[in-house]
Design a protein around this ligand. Structure first.
Ligand code: AMP
Ligand code: MG
Length: 332
């Protein structure tokens, strides 16, 4: 069926596909999701198979009402406070799962916790409401590759193996949700996103821990399975904090490129149009996040030796951008 425009009719059809155990890719404010009925084991299995996703990497379950989150997860007062301030929105909570939740254990990779998100995007919300079941949805791309921020990206990555791709334009934020573990009294960030540690601390009036598995935090791997893997990666190598660029590289720029030099001499005006993208000429980090995956895809061309990425300030959503770039730069 491929890419389908959103109408009352196509939404109805999409919700029926979900109910019948099929797969629907749909827009959210973060990236495009590959959705299925979270209660249906065979459907969840299909999501893992379609993405080539390792079964140890659990899925986020999407709901369209806080009451529906409470049916599958135990929400402490802290979780309720977070939901009150940040839902619907680009934030996922890790919560203790209810024993009587009917969510397939494949979704949670056998853990007794569950990742829950209430997305803000109108089409995502409508789809979950109309399907009448929680929707498990990882990003709609082959596992480990660059996340999709447009319906075309989904089609290029997964093609006809998705029963329907709902077209909702370019993703507004372009970077996956912030994941916060709320299974104890202290919230712990497991994945950086556009809702930053500072914003969380400011709103919740408490300390928030950084538990993102990375270079200097290998222990977090247990809480956040899948997080240390090479991820968000283009086919060609990517290097960060580039201060100069080779003539056979592509350049992912940020801000002013006036002082970028070419190693063999010359200047950037000799670069072809498809060799350079600027995440944000005005150094707006939110604009950079929105463009990140789309521009990485544009530059991911085997005719280039690698993608050189200019330094991006590690503040605000820049922390999430740098986290994605660092994972993309890891060797397999
Ligand atoms: P994606 O589906 O690509 O947005 O990735 C979802 C992320 O959520 C995965 O990388 C998991 O690490 C994380 N996640 C999902 N469920 C859990 C859970 N129960 N505990 C910890 N992390 C989780
Ligand atoms: Mg993903």
């Amino acid at each position: 069926m491929g890419i389908v425009a959103v109408t009352d009719q196509s939404l109805k059809k999409a919700s029926r596909i979900i109910q019948d155990g099929g797969l629907v890719a749909f827009p959210t404010e973060t990236v495009y999701g590959l959705g299925c009925n979270a209660l249906d084991k065979a459907a969840v299995e299909k999501v893992f198979r379609t993405k080539g996703r390792p079964p140890i990497n659990p899925l986020i379950v999407h709901v369209a009402f806080i009451a529906d989150a409470q049916k599958i997860a135990k929400m402490t007062p802290l979780a309720e406070q977070i939901a009150f301030h940040f839902w619907p929105g680009p934030l996922t909570m890790i919560l203790p799962q209810r024993e009587n939740s009917e969510v397939s254990e494949l979704c949670t990779a056998g853990l007794n916790t569950i990742a829950v998100r209430f997305p803000e995007h109108e089409i995502a919300r409508k789809l979950v409401q109309m399907a009448g079941v929680p929707i498990a949805a990882p990003s709609a791309n082959i596992s480990g590759a660059i996340s999709p921020t447009s319906p075309r990206h989904v089609f290029e990555s997964l093609g006809e193996s998705v029963d329907m791709i709902l077209a909702g334009g370019a993703s507004r934020m372009g970077i996956e949700s912030t994941i916060v573990d709320v299974t104890t009294d202290i919230p712990v960030i497991l994945r950086y996103g556009s809702i930053t540690k500072e914003v969380l601390e400011d709103v919740l009036k408490c300390n928030v821990q950084d538990g993102v598995a990375g270079e200097d935090n290998v222990h977090s791997l247990i809480q956040s399975p899948g997080q240390l893997l090479k991820h968000y990666a283009p086919q060609i190598p990517l290097r960060m904090d580039a201060v100069d660029v080779h003539s056979d590289e592509a350049l992912l720029a940020f801000g002013n490129t006036k002082f970028m030099s070419i190693k063999t001499g010359g200047n950037l005006s000799s670069f072809s149009d498809d060799q350079i993208r600027n995440l944000s000429e005005s150094t707006d980090l939110e604009e950079a996040a929105k463009n990140l995956f789309s521009y990485m895809r544009d530059l991911d061309n085997p005719k280039f030796k690698s993608i050189a990425v200019m330094n991006i300030p590690n503040e605000g959503v820049g922390v999430a951008i740098n986290d994605r770039l660092w994972r993309a730069s890891q060797k397999p």
